[in-house]
Design a protein around this ligand. Structure first.
Ligand code: SAH
Length: 259
């Protein structure tokens, strides 16, 4: 009997891996990898390890969650060091809950090795803080879901002091914008979309709730941050000061009035 490690690979840059993740990858016998794990991180897996691609990509279906659970249980009974390797952090939209349960039910030891989740990676790439004593007192990590009956309410209690991070924003930015409006956010509420965090093809698009619907879609993987915390950096980068933006800028102390 071995141990299964649910390892967070971070957004792509291998330097963002924890030392523990790097050590275990170098000892791994079997690795079940996600579609979002970068080539550079995969290069850190032990040379002799069996690497199984469980991810869905480019229209390819990938393994179902039941199959992945079964494989983790199977390898967990056969090998010493088994790794389930995920982009970002395994516990954020990473199906870690199901995998932990399946392994524990089978009596297999399992451990989570955290990683840099995309919300944190995107904030770093854009050069913004997710919370700010002056501007944002809570962070909501959520997804954009088109499921029937899923209203803006599922994004929790959005206030102007919330930084909302939307994983998997999809292609319907207009619908997201509309739901943000319905949740009570003003048209000038700042947003930033970051795609392919930390990779050569990384793109950062500064926008706001009013303009979001007409932005061209960024290639996946992309993540959207909506929050006053994006206002200051927007201005520093020469973005036009939009109507009503002043309040956020003043709070951040960066407009004429605020100094
Ligand atoms: N466990 C992952 C999230 C998996 S859900 C984490 O903690 O980051 C997949 C979504 O995560 C993508 O649709 C995108 O919104 C976001 N994401 C993951 N990696 C990303 C990256 N390198 N660049 C931008 N977004 C990323």
């Amino acid at each position: 009997m071995g141990r299964v490690y649910l390892i967070g690979a971070g957004p792509g840059d291998p330097e963002l891996l924890t030392l523990k993740a790097a050590r275990i990858l170098a000892q791994a016998e079997v690795v079940l990898r996600d579609g979002l794990v970068s080539r550079e991180v995969l290069a850190m897996v032990a040379a002799g390890a069996r690497v199984i691609d469980a991810g869905k990509r480019c229209g390819r279906q990938g393994l179902g969650q039941e199959e992945i659970n079964a494989l983790l249980v199977l390898y967990g009974t056969q090998s010493e060091v088994v790794v389930r390797l995920k982009g970002g952090d395994p516990s954020v939209f990473g199906r870690a809950g199901e995998e932990l349960e399946a392994l524990r039910d089978a009596g297999i030891e399992v451990e989570i090795v955290p990683g840099v989740t995309a919300a944190v990676g995107a904030a770093a790439a854009a050069g913004i803080s997710l919370t700010d004593r002056r501007l944002a007192s809570q962070v909501v990590l959520s997804t954009y879901s088109r499921r029937a009956g899923s209203g803006a309410g599922e994004w929790g209690a959005l206030t102007p002091e919330t930084t909302l991070v939307l994983y998997m924003p999809g292609r319907e930015y207009g619908e997201i914008a509309q739901r943000l409006r319905e949740a009570g956010l003003p048209a000038d509420f700042p947003c930033v979309i970051v795609s392919s965090i930390g990779r050569p093809e990384q793109e950062i698009r500064w926008s706001n709730v009013g303009r979001l619907g007409s932005e061209a879609r960024l290639s996946p993987p992309a993540i959207l941050i909506a929050g006053r915390v994006a206002a200051r950096e927007w201005k520093r980068r020469g973005g036009a000061v939009l109507q009503g933006f002043d309040e956020a800028l003043e709070l951040a102390g960066v407009n004429e009035k605020g100094g």
